[in-house]
Design a binder for this molecule. Sequence first.
Ligand code: NAD
Ligand code: IPM
Ligand code: MN
Length: 350
Amino acid sequence: MKLAIIPGDGIGKEVTAEALKVLTRVGEVFGRTFEFEHLPWGADYFLETGVTMPPSGYAMLRDDFDAIFIGALGDPRVPDNRHAREILLGTRFELDLYVNYRPVKLLDERLCPLKNRAPKDVNFVVFRENTEGLYVSVGGRFKAGTEDEVAIQEELNTWKGVNRIVRYAFDFAACRGLTKVCMADKSNAMQQGHALWQRVFKDVAAQYPTIQPTHYYIDALAMYMVLDPAQFEVIVTNNLFGDIVTDLGATFQGGLGMAASGNIHPGKTSMFEPVHGSAPKFAGKNIANPIGAISSAALMLETIGLTREAAAIDAAVLKAVRDNQVTSDIGGKLGTREAGDSIANSIREP
Ligand code: NAD
Ligand code: IPM
Ligand code: MN
């Protein structure tokens, strides 16, 4: 397996090192070779060279690798975040990674900030549309920097884009024997673009008679996630709303350090990353929680068909959480590296 590794910025570098440590251990235990190719793209590289990523970068990621692993991008020295847009969002767009798969799974009751919620109550997935919406940079600024400034940022919704993510959510539910899919939009206020979401959701739901479709406006969804997360199995929503509710979902799991994600185009080279960012104030201190990154590596293996290997990582993460061999954000005493060691050392063949 040939893997492109983009550690990126800040704690991205630290948590990526732990994910690779665990993957290397999985390779030893299961007799597999993971070949890592480190790509230096990130804020340091941009500030040194003026290049975010080379023009051939997207084609190389798509054609030369089985999967891509990325730490996080974002650095106060690049205030317009240009490198993150080109490397992270650019790869999502150029490789057409339309499924942003973000599981929300509580591993241990003590990690959940919600009252009286156990792992059985917090176990759902969010499918975030990943190639359209408000992220497409369509718009512009007129008279920028003056009191007459006009700033326009358009939201793109296409039938093709909405249909494929909604269908993916229903297919996922059907394949896993789940019975509920909830779509969240803001069609009460955004009557053009989100009317399309309404239409597509109704049409696709009609083709899955065993699955109960529900709809919430996004503001109500945020409330119900907190009040009654157990009602959710699969949530599907647009790019921006998915970004926001998955940070909320991360807090149910113990915080941003715990949450994993995949940017997927079924059957093609896909990209995996923790949900969190580069957390500049934590960078270089060996305190960041590596579990979001390590669990993202498990999602990567699962997606490329190494399900036993992925299960071994999930089991090792669960053991570390139960034994409290974890970082301080979730109540442990270990540093990033030591928490990574603990997980790597308990990788076993199932
Ligand atoms: P952030 O996720 O970096 O950090 C927010 C807070 O969450 C941190 O201060 C910390 O308290 C906690 N946190 C995050 N990751 C953690 C970890 N592994 N362990 C323990 N605690 C953790 O979000 P932010 O502060 O809004 O953004 C910082 C930078 O990261 C910005 O430049 C932003 O654009 C970027 N960002 C990048 C990605 C990505 O590359 N995928 C995702 C989100 C944010
Ligand atoms: C995420 C991040 C990115 C996003 C940022 C860094 C552009 O917050 O992956 O959740 O908004 O998609
Ligand atoms: Mn985000």
